[in-house]
Design a protein around this ligand. Structure first.
Ligand SMILES: Nc1ncnc2c1ncn2[C@@H]1O[C@H](COP(=O)(O)OP(=O)(O)O)[C@@H](O)[C@H]1O
Ligand SMILES: [Mg+2]
Length: 224
């Protein structure tokens, strides 16, 4: 689903560039969940935005869902994001002027689905009672679960998630985590999950650490 080779990306223009990614490589296969860990500011969100085409790498090669990024136009990327690549941003996943149920229906519709399982998803994520509420009427944890429901409802091939349990309390994380993996395994979705949550990371097939701009297999023996 993802084949990335030596991705580099800087911020700050030509005069004083800050090199955030310096040769990050990774592969992700269908049905696989890979966790990305790394300190704040190490470039995790930047990496996700290269993989969903919202930013372009300065250097490196990227193949996404079998297509070379060098061949993808802005329209191609937009189409991929509508239909096949769900990004769970750290915030701002929901359209503020739409109720939760409408947000879900809208996302499924954008993905070209005539029907969706939004009601069942809300039930499973324990947010059925929020269906008729607007995003600003939800708690942080409810918003995060509504964003998950939107992502699953579009039946994506690839999920890129930035701290999907970041604003969930312990009990809710315990309940939502298995649902997250069920959705991945049931549909052979590939998932790249940025997380600080050890339990979420350990349920993934592999853990990669982003450090000094590169991705390396995380060695728990080294860090303990
Ligand atoms: N739009 C931007 N302009 C300038 N610097 C940025 C921008 N976005 C991120 N950065 C910088 O790049 C580094 C990595 O950011 P980010 O990818 O958000 O890291 P993480 O998600 O791991 O916390 C940080 O030092 C951040 O300040
Ligand atoms: Mg981030």
């Amino acid at each position: 689903m993802i084949r990335a080779r030596n991705l580099s990306r800087s911020y700050g223009g030509a005069n004083a560039p800050v090199r955030v990614l310096r040769g990050a490589s990774l592969e992700l296969y269908a049905g696989e969940a890979v966790a990305v860990i790394g300190p704040s500011g190490s470039g995790k969100s930047t990496l996700l935005n290269l993989l969903n085409g919202l930013m372009a790498p300065d250097e490196g090669e990227l193949e996404i869902l079998g297509r070379a990024s060098s061949q993808l136009t802005d329209n191609d990327w937009a189409q991929l994001r509508r239909r096949h690549i769900a990004t769970l941003f750290q915030d701002g996943n929901l359209i503020p002027t739409l109720m939760v149920a409408r947000n879900i229906a809208f996302r499924a519709g954008l993905a070209g689905l005539a029907e969706h399982d939004g009601a069942a998803l809300m039930e499973r994520l324990d947010i059925a009672a929020t269906a008729g509420r607007y995003p600003d009427q939800l708690s942080g944890g409810q918003r995060q679960r509504a964003a998950l429901a939107c992502a699953f409802a579009m039946q994506p091939k690839l999920i890129l998630a930035d701290e999907p349990t970041g604003s969930l309390d312990y009990a809710t994380t315990q309940r939502v985590t298995p649902l997250f993996f069920d959705a991945i395994r049931e549909r052979d979705v590939g998932a790249l999950i940025v997380t600080h949550n050890p339990e979420l990371a350990e349920r993934c097939d592999r853990i990669l650490e982003l450090r000094e701009g590169a991705l390396r297999p995380w060695d728990s023996a080294l860090s303990s």
